[in-house]
Design a protein around this ligand. Structure first.
Ligand code: TPP
Ligand code: MG
Length: 195
């Protein structure tokens, strides 16, 4: 197991000019990013939505990497996205999974079959050409440069500690520093697209 912040920190030096969709890891990434304009945090959207949004961005901007930090609740909610991504075969798509085996955002309820699902194998069985699974941060850190230097799509499943949020959602400190329309405006700016 690794901490989400550690996993993101291991990735950070290799980010270059990639677009990052930090998913439910956004509350950690927001503290780490050094290129906010190319980040697309969606806050807390409908579960299952991160992968479709990320795929759309990847297809729209094939010239640069798209790095998604997905979560297992989102993956299960929209399992068909694995097949859709595999069919599109975006070479710039780097699909990371922060698997904490629970619905951490809403209090830590158990995810079905959490200990048994091999998400890397699900990705391969859906048609991804490559997939990896890491439990230890040292293994991830060692393999990351090679993973990011090869074309995608690739799936990288990471086992992370459940950092459960128990405070009622309305009483939490918001980690989002920008509204969603601002995120999109910044992204257009970061990509050099006229508004
Ligand atoms: C369709 C839908 N149902 C319920 C919710 C409420 N909800 C927000 S986050 C979340 C749990 C997400 O779990 P996971 O994807 O594993 O991410 P984690 O919170 O563990 O980081 C739930 C149930 C939602 N956003 N969308
Ligand atoms: Mg989870």
């Amino acid at each position: 197991m690794m901490r989400i912040a550690e996993a993101l920190e291991a990735f950070r030096p290799y980010r270059e000019n990639a677009i990052v969709v930090p998913g439910r890891g956004g509350r950690y990434w927001v503290e780490q990013t050094d290129n906010e304009k190319l980040d697309a945090p969606l806050g807390d959207p409908a579960m299952g939505g991160h992968a479709g949004f990320a795929l759309g961005l990847a297809l729209a901007r094939p010239e640069r990497k798209l790095v998604l930090f997905d979560s297992e609740g989102d993956i299960l909610m929209s399992l068909g996205m694995l097949a859709t991504i595999a069919e599109q075969m975006p070479a710039n798509f780097y699909h990371f999974l922060l698997d904490n085996e629970v619905y951490a955002t809403t209090g830590g309820q158990p995810v079905p079959s959490a200990k048994n699902i091999a998400y890397d194998k699900l990705a391969l069985a859906s048609g991804y050409p490559r997939a990896h699974a890491f439990d230890e941060i040292s293994d991830l850190a060692q393999e990351l440069p090679a993973i990011l230097s090869r074309p995608g799509p690739v799936f990288v499943a990471l086992k992370v500690y459940p950092e459960v949020e128990n405070e009622p959602i309305g009483r939490r400190r918001r980690w989002q520093t920008r509204r969603r329309d601002q995120v999109l405006a910044d992204l257009r700016g970061g990509l050099g697209i006229a508004p």
